[in-house]
Design a protein around this ligand. Structure first.
Ligand code: SF4
Length: 291
């Protein structure tokens, strides 16, 4: 179900950019996500999202954003896509992400888009404009090299092959783009063949970086749903998972050390970065009234 809501605030900020993605200001235009990945952390009880199958649309987001950006003293990366996908199908109708990119471009802030969708290509015009004066990064989560397995673990998201094509188009257009190889689901995706294929495919399609984390996390709320899906889709895996991890928050891939070693070695051989190109914070210019 889609619900339209009025948000009080759009951006949350951290003192220093987060070390993984370089994001200083986090922007969520939607709450809930129809990509429905079986491992999604946003289902965790701590986030208090009542029904993750609902999508809440912050219909006043594009009124809030210019006001909030105008008050920022520090220019840092605006990130979008940490608790929902900014290019889930609902974006075709509401175009909040597109509208936000237009505003971000006018305020001359850098952006890091995290997505699983090739719909991001629709907004290549704004992404390129942002990239001319600041930094625009687009990262695609890819956890399996196999479209069929992708359909099981990320049932509402575009195919992995479509994401790779989007990486190709963005990199050809001069945008730094890469892969978030995370999570790596224990007993399902944690084999070298899968990891090697992701690295090689990413490289062939022009990815300039891959950020990897070999394992997953689990919390109350998310764990129950994940178990239910394991029973439905991967019989026998839930028992192995429970025996190995119990209620641990961090669930490392079974061969995490070996995978990690081989991952860094192959990325180095292929010249792929394993960190994002970092944006250095700058003082924000005083904005004239643009809106
Ligand atoms: S795309 Fe991201 S936010 Fe959406 S369901 Fe998947 S993991 Fe969750």
């Amino acid at each position: 179900m889609i619900k339209e809501i009025q948000a009080k605030q759009l951006l949350s900020s951290s003192k220093i950019p987060d070390p993984w993605f370089g994001i200083k200001y986090n922007m969520n235009l939607y709450r809930g996500c129809s990509h429905q990945c079986i491992y999604c952390d946003s289902r965790s009880e701590c986030y208090q999202i009542e029904d993750f199958t609902d999508t809440l649309v912050k219909t006043n987001a594009l009124q809030l954003l210019p006001r909030e950006l105008a008050s920022k003293r520090v220019k840092g990366v605006i990130g979008t896509g940490s608790m929902n996908d900014p290019y889930a199908p609902i974006e075709k109708k509401y175009q909040l992400t597109r509208g936000a990119l237009e505003i971000i471009e006018q305020f001359r802030f850098p952006v890091h888009i995290l997505t699983k969708s090739d719909l991001v290509l629709r907004d290549l015009d704004y992404i390129q404009k942002i990239n001319q004066h600041s930094q625009a990064l687009v990262s695609f989560t890819i956890t399996t090299s196999d479209d069929q397995l992708g359909k099981k673990v990320e049932p509402g998201a575009p195919l992995v092959s479509a994401r790779l094509q989007a990486i190709k188009k963005l990199s050809e257009a001069g945008i730094a783009t890469g892969v978030l190889l995370m999570p790596v689901l224990p007993f399902i995706e944690d084999n070298w063949e899968n990891i090697r294929q992701i690295i090689e495919m990413a490289h062939q399609h022009g990815a300039s970086y891959i950020l990897a984390s070999f394992g997953m996390t689990q919390r109350i709320g998310q764990q129950e749903y994940y178990y239910q899906k394991l029973d439905e889709l991967f019989p026998g895996v839930r028992i192995k998972h429970q025996q190995r991890f119990g209620n641990d928050y961090v669930c490392p891939a079974v061969n995490a050390d070996m995978l990690s070693k081989k991952f860094y070695s192959l990325c180095e051989d292929l010249g792929i970065l394993t960190k994002i190109p970092y944006y250095r914070l700058q003082p924000a210019e005083k904005q004239l009234s643009l809106f």
